[in-house]
Design a protein around this ligand. Structure first.
Ligand code: ADX
Length: 221
């Protein structure tokens, strides 16, 4: 009898699993040509309450209405489905980010600009996602807001619960957040207005040649 469990089997290198990559006749370049823009991952990271979802969502609106194909993967939403089996231990967060990274890569291969809003607290996990794609295809946006600012906002009342010990391993309180060392974009979401932060992200994408169409903020295609 086969003694492999599914997960042991699944972790074997592809050669041992009799797998072979299937090359589709329609390529990423074909899709990008049809979309008239490149696929891309724009990865927002920061503490809970830093404003990642708000910023990513506003950036998506601007880009989408500029004629780009976009999709936003949001931390709370993804945990309803794809990652509903995961909690907030270090191992579960690692797996969460690995799945989101792979999912983002698929969206990018579809020629879409995918924006992600996850705390993604560990540097190594974010670097693993960066390494999944070509240089330039992963834009890290650090939503830098001081813990006391996020805690005073506390939009979901989670910091209060974490301080009372009702939620364990809460980022910034009882679990670490490792800030990016060299993010492509750093926005001070605790101090600056949403418009200033949106402009900083759009300007960066424009400057590095990712936006070739005209967006609502005037970036050109
Ligand atoms: S991550 O660390 O794995 O990247 P993710 O972004 O998916 O986290 O989810 C964060 C959201 O889950 C927070 O915005 C908050 O609403 C909720 N949450 C629930 N428990 C925790 C916790 N222990 N630490 C951080 N966020 C939590």
């Amino acid at each position: 009898m086969n003694s492999f469990t599914f997960s042991e089997f699944d972790k074997s290198p592809p050669t041992q699993r009799e797998l072979r990559w299937h090359h589709s006749s329609v390529t990423r370049s074909d899709r990008e040509r049809q979309n008239a823009h490149s696929g891309l991952i724009v990865w927002f990271t920061g503490l809970s309450g830093a404003g990642k979802s708000t910023l990513a969502s506003r950036v998506e609106e601007v880009i989408f209405h500029g004629g780009y194909r976009t999709y936003l993967l949001d931390g709370d939403n993804v945990r309803y489905g794809l990652c509903s089996d995961l909690g907030f231990s270090e191992a579960d967060r690692k797996e969460n980010i690995r799945r989101i990274g792979e999912t983002s890569k698929l969206f990018m291969d579809a020629g879409i600009i995918v924006l992600t809003a996850f705390i993604s607290p560990f540097l190594a996990d974010r670097e693993l996602v960066r390494a999944l794609v070509q240089p330039g295809d992963f834009i890290e946006v650090y939503c830098n807001a001081a813990l006391h600012v996020c805690e005073s906002r506390d939009p979901k009342g989670l910091y209060k619960k974490a301080r009372r010990g009702e939620i364990t391993e809460f980022t910034g309180v009882s679990s670490p957040y490792e800030a990016p060392l060299k993010p492509e974009v750093e926005v001070f979401t605790g101090q600056e207005s949403l418009d200033v932060c949106v402009t900083a992200v759009i300007d960066h994408l424009d400057l590095c040649g990712k936006l070739t169409k005209k967006t609502a903020l005037g970036a050109k295609v």
